[in-house]
Design a protein around this ligand. Sequence first.
Ligand SMILES: Cc1cc2nc3c(=O)[nH]c(=O)nc-3n(C[C@H](O)[C@H](O)[C@H](O)COP(=O)(O)OP(=O)(O)OC[C@H]3O[C@@H](n4cnc5c(N)ncnc54)[C@H](O)[C@@H]3O)c2cc1C
Length: 416
Amino acid sequence: MTRLIIVGAGASGMMAAISAAKNNKDIEIVILEHGMKHGRKILATGNGRCNLTNKKLDKECFRSHDGEFIDSWLKECDTDKIIDTFFEFGMLTYDKGGYIYPYSRQASTVNDILIKMCESLSVKFIFDAHVLDVEICDDKTFNVMTSVGFEENGVRKKKRETFMADKVILACGGKAYSSLGSDGSGYKMAKNLGIKMIPTVPALTGLKCRENVYKLGAGVRTNAKISLYVDHEMACEDEGELQLTEYGISGIPVFQVSRFASYGLLDGCKVHVNIDFMPEYTDEEIKRNIELFSGMGHHSIGNVLDGMINSKLKDLILAHCRIDALSYVSDLSIEEIDKIVANLKCFYSVITETNDFSQAQVCAGGVRLSEIDMNFQVKRIPGLYIVGELLDVDGICGGYNLHWAWLSGLIAGRDV
Ligand SMILES: Cc1cc2nc3c(=O)[nH]c(=O)nc-3n(C[C@H](O)[C@H](O)[C@H](O)COP(=O)(O)OP(=O)(O)OC[C@H]3O[C@@H](n4cnc5c(N)ncnc54)[C@H](O)[C@@H]3O)c2cc1C
């Protein structure tokens, strides 16, 4: 009988276990999980609703340093395959404009269904089992060195235990949101095995800005277009609901561009964003509206802008332009009006830092894809598989990171 050890009871680990159990006879599957529960991160996804995949599946939605095979994987395991897989597990899904959620709108449904499937296929879970290292003992087997918790006279203690395995799947996630389990220990294991890595950085996270006027706008949510520049070259842009915070900017469009900021800053480059706070309007239209509204008895620039944008955003823009909100529009110079319009359409902001891993939804970088074959097996180490966020693939917001976790788990489990 083949003994498969999976490290991590998260999205990719549980999917790999189910796939391995369904596709392989004569297999014993053990999942070692250092937390006390399965799928803690799954429960937090999609604001508790779990956006598990997306109808628009394109290789452009996934970023990697060597992603030439991502397209082939996506063709092999597309959105319908994931929806059908969960249907076969007994779960209905719901399509909200292409974003796929469980029909229950509860992330716990996804987690529960994976746990039930694992249990019905006799997958064994060992909790409070922190895997420290994986050792190749001979050409065929592995020693999985673990620190396992146990109870003695009501006191929780730890002991070292080595699990022998014929095959191992590393499914321990990256190091984003470590409070939900993934603490980066998978990278250390891979590194100790001589596996090549791409430096890891926080992705899908907020950006800290140099300008101190952001405090004035904290709490504002507004539609905006964000263009991110690295050393004055545009790296990425996105439009959606921007959130202004005490430290700078957040929200989906910021998350989408954040990994480029992370890598730019890591490389010591200058990183800045241009924010278009009124993407639906041209400069000329904004200017015309200011003139028009000021002639309707609104008089002050503050009053005029109140009819156009969020009032806190107005405070931020006027403070940045050093223009008093009570100034009459008729008293402002052409240059001052132009300055207001320019800042509404192209607010220049220097990015000093990204939020750290503890506040990032995913981790960019990780194990190089060139290290694994099409079945997620490490080329140099037969029997060892690496799946999920541990690999150098980060998806944009919209269900892509979980799609990657399911996809890699399904394929690796089948291959085992
Ligand atoms: C707040 C938040 C919201 C998100 N929302 C979405 C969303 O809606 N849609 C989407 O597609 N993606 C979303 N993501 C990203 C997505 O959750 C992850 O990309 C995905 O869970 C990664 O799956 P994984 O199996 O690789 O890792 P994880 O799900 O992180 O699982 C790894 C498991 O391994 C365990 N582990 C780690 N190290 C060890 C060790 N040494 N020994 C034993 N066990 C170990 C961990 O405890 C954990 O249980 C979100 C992420 C966050 C943080």
